[in-house]
Design a binder for this molecule. Structure first.
Ligand code: ATR
Length: 280
């Protein structure tokens, strides 16, 4: 890799950061579009996150993604915050403006919506209720995305019901909290089922859910993408339901940042997916 002195530089801050797929994602696009630029992983200690974010303009960086556990802190530090990031309560994409101010956005909701649009173009948001499992940070982005897409009712289910109730209070109306023990029955009549928990991820237990009452027209998606086909998606596929895996959400959430930092609207292609999955 050879850069000139004019190279545009961005990166991703997290702790830990070694697992992040963002350098591969943006690195692929930089090469694909022949851009004189770099995207670097930054292992930022939590004690230093404010220093690191404030250093972006001083270093002449175009911006950065921020990941766990810095998303809320990034929102608090930024001078300009998009309404979406404000509603989600977290930022994942920081851009240094020409005047040196830091602009914070959250592109996870966009990534979720775009992934569904690409993987299940026939899915109709307004047609039926959606069921969302989980009430952590990922659930917040999914709820904002579904509300904006026009889903009429969202049934929100979390092991710790209080967390779901707090989210429904904050992001409702239209979000109904259902108890964890009633999660299988809550699938009746739903048009979409989303897992936003870590259940089903490699090294974690699967999500125990009886899919029998889910209508055969429903779409099932998981934000977990390691493995790409989680036990939930495998079960849904076995029943003949449409499924969308979680990798696309990661790929699509990267698009707005790349466009702002490097000036090219990047595309999510099968070749990109294959690369991120370790193929050619
Ligand atoms: P993130 O911000 O990435 O979404 P998080 O805030 O830790 O992560 O949320 C993880 C989600 O997975 C939560 O909804 C959590 O449920 P609780 O709020 O009850 O903790 C859910 N989760 C994790 N392990 C779980 C398990 N073994 N059974 C049920 N839900 C689980």
């Amino acid at each position: 890799m050879a850069f000139t002195g004019k190279a545009k530089v961005a990166g991703v801050m997290g702790w830990p950061i070694a697992h992040s797929k963002s350098p591969q994602l943006h690195g692929y696009w930089l090469k694909q579009y022949g851009i004189d630029g770099a995207y670097v992983p930054f292992a930022v200690h939590p004690d230093r996150v404010e220093q690191a974010i404030r250093a972006l303009p001083a270093l002449g960086l175009r911006g950065a993604n921020v990941t766990v556990p810095f998303k809320e802190k990034a929102l608090a530090i930024a001078e300009i915050v998009t309404p979406t990031a404000r509603r989600i309560g977290a930022a994942n994409t920081l851009t240094v403006l020409e005047d040196g101010r830091i602009h914070a956005d959250n592109t996870d909701a966009f990534g979720f919506t775009q992934n569904l649009a690409a993987g299940a173009p026939d899915w109709q948001a307004a047609a039926a209720p959606a069921v969302v499992i989980g009430a952590g940070g990922a659930a917040r982005s999914v709820l904002v995305a579904l509300r904006d897409a026009g889903v009429p009712v969202i049934r929100l289910i979390n092991r710790t019901t209080e967390r779901a109730a707090a989210l429904a209070d904050e992001l409702g109306p239209g979000i109904e909290v259902v108890n964890w023990s009633e999660r299988s029955q809550a699938l009746a009549g739903a048009g979409l089922l989303v897992n936003t928990t870590t259940l089903g991820m490699a090294g974690h237990p699967p999500l125990e859910l009886a899919l029998e009452v889910l209508p055969t027209t429903a779409l099932v998606t998981d934000i977990v993408y390691t493995p790409l086909e989680t036990p939930l998606l495998a079960g849904a596929r076995a029943r003949g339901l449409a499924v969308v895996d979680g990798l696309g959400m990661l790929l699509h959430q990267g698009r707005p940042g790349f466009a702002r930092w490097f000036g090219v609207e990047p595309e999510v292609t099968p070749a990109l997916r294959a690369r991120l999955l370790g193929g050619s």
